[in-house]
Design a protein around this ligand. Structure first.
Ligand code: MSP
Length: 510
């Protein structure tokens, strides 16, 4: 049996409606979840919403709504986006749920009991928008206003009684943890950033707030609410029914294999989170991957900048799989990526319509005209046939290795190359010239069908709906999609009929 695999997206703030950055984190996580499932792993894939804290309380006040009612509404839009994106998540957690509160309180109690938390006073800068405390050297002046250097969000002065987590004590253990787990933070450039941040010295972290009430109360002192990041990070545990550590779900899936997050929330995941866990005697997750930002005209896409490509609108116009394919292929994973409608359209035309769509259409149409949509029973592979078919078995180990390091672009590039090769094979072999050599004609068709099948399996994590549509022509259902079968050159031997296939992607006219 293969190892279990637990993957998460960040939990999203329901302070405004979802945008492309959220869609991106989710699509990436879904890609890995689906891939791991077809590789035969038992997968738990989690997403959800982060509903406490001052940011949400203020957003609710602004709309004149009770915070929970406010969250109920917007959390729903995130849940809807999950279905719209065809996420294969196993759970959707909301931090306002009871199961979550009991996990957070439990973790807090352990930390308090272990004397990792003490009461003192915080005076310093706080950004409500980032829900983050900033040091003096992390802020700057902009038109007379103080803002965070890293995020550009406004900060305000806070002075209040607060509980502190002894983060400073964890500086050395964290550095040791990073060096013993060299792939805990990926990509490498971000790992270096985190290490130098930790090396520069960690101060104890304020982990409670007193001046507002929207959050989980500190169990021993109801005047305080638990800092929203300590609350939010714990979602990864509460979805596994923590503190029920002896039960199946927790035993099967903790520690998480990977948290997919954006680079802006790396410090919370790669410094605070493992420190809380180490302090509580819980194993930290195995990996945190900080992806880049989706940019529009070189700027982070954000509501305040008004440069948003709305995922719902894009899906409405171009379809979901086009968007999934585009984001996974064109954004270099780990780096920032500039996206535009123009680039999305070229991607649809060149890769999806001309390359994949064309291959499927031509082969199936030929098969319909010449073989009455039957899988050829008799065939005999030449050396050349075997070369193109075996390319998959020869590369599969390497692809798996690359993908275990989240090298999405390597994976997509391999698939695109195979598509080119398959189209070229069909062209060069020109089965329409082999009408007096039925065995050869049959063989070319058989090989081409196998290529379509193999490539469609590889495409499944990227464009699940379309891949499934194609695999359905061989009467393959979702449960039949198995990565291992890619190496089989004669999987289709026992299949008889092929079901006709409609157009996969319409070309965009410009
Ligand atoms: N609630 C916190 C996460 C808590 S996880 C325990 C949060 N929420 S968020 O809604 O603001 O952002 C969620 C994710 O979306 C982050 O990973 C963030 O990086 C990502 N994105 C938000 N805007 C983005 C882009 N423009 N591009 C790519 N991703 C960005 O932070």
């Amino acid at each position: 049996m293969k190892d279990n695999f637990y993957i998460t997206t960040p939990i999203y703030y329901p302070s405004a409606k979802p945008h492309m950055g959220h869609a991106y984190s989710s699509i990436v996580a879904d890609f890995f979840a689906r891939l791991k499932r077809i590789q035969g792993h038992k997968v738990f894939f989690l997403t959800g919403t982060d509903e406490h804290g001052q940011k949400i309380q203020r957003a609710a006040e602004k709309s004149n709504k009770d915070p929970l009612k406010f969250c109920d509404e917007i959390s729903k839009t995130f849940r809807n986006l999950s279905s719209l994106l065809n996420l294969s998540n196993d759970d959707f957690i909301r931090t306002t749920e009871k199961r979550h509160a009991s996990a957070v309180t439990n973790l807090w109690n352990i930390l308090e009991k272990k004397e990792e938390i003490y009461l003192s006073k915080y005076s310093g800068w706080y950004s409500v928008s980032d829900e983050a405390f900033y040091n003096e050297d992390e802020i700057e002046d902009l038109d007379g206003k103080k803002i965070s250097k890293s995020s550009g969000s406004p900060v305000e002065w806070v002075e209040e009684e607060s509980y502190f987590f002894k983060l400073s004590k964890w500086q050395e253990p964290l550095l040791k943890f990073y060096s013993e787990n060299p792939k805990f933070i990926l990509p490498k450039s971000r790992k270096n950033e985190v290490i130098s941040f930790v090396k520069s010295g960690l101060k104890d972290l304020s982990v409670s707030r007193k001046s507002f009430s929207w959050g989980i109360k500190v169990p021993s002192n109801k005047d305080h609410v638990i800092y929203v990041w300590l609350d939010a990070l714990t979602n990864y545990l509460s979805a596994l029914n923590y503190p029920k550590e002896t039960e199946r779900l927790y035993k099967d899936f903790w520690p998480a294999n990977i948290h997919i997050i954006g680079k802006d929330i790396l410090r919370f995941h790669a410094v605070y989170w493992p420190a809380f866990l180490l302090a509580a005697g819980i194993k930290p997750p195995q990996r945190v991957y900080g992806h880049g930002w989706i940019l529009s005209g070189d700027e982070k896409m954000s509501k305040s900048k008004g440069n948003i490509l709305d995922p719902i609108e894009i899906i409405d116009i171009y379809g979901l799989d086009a968007l999934r394919y585009y984001l996974l292929k064109e954004v270099s994973f780990g780096n920032d990526g500039n996206i535009s409608k123009e680039k999305l359209e070229s991607c649809i035309n060149s890769d999806l319509a001309n390359n994949y769509g064309n291959l499927c259409q031509r082969v199936i149409l030929f098969c319909e005209k010449n073989l009455a949509l039957k899988v050829p029973e008799k065939y005999s592979f030449t050396k050349e046939d075997l070369k193109i078919l075996n390319d998959f078995n020869e590369n599969i180990k390497n692809i798996e290795k690359q993908i275990n390091d989240q090298n999405i672009n390597y994976y997509v590039e391999y698939v695109v190359n195979q598509l080119f090769k398959a189209n070229k094979y069909f062209n060069d072999q020109a089965p329409w010239t082999k009408k007096d050599d039925i065995l050869r004609l049959n063989t070319i068709v058989f090989v081409s069908l196998e290529l379509i099948r193999k490539i469609s399996i590889l495409l499944y994590p990227i464009i699940p709906n379309t891949s499934l549509k194609v695999l359905n022509i061989f009467s393959m259902m979702e449960k039949d999609i198995k990565f291992d079968t890619i190496s089989n050159n004669e999987y289709l031997k026992d299949k008889k009929e092929i079901i006709k296939l409609g157009i996969l992607f319409e070309k965009i006219k410009r």
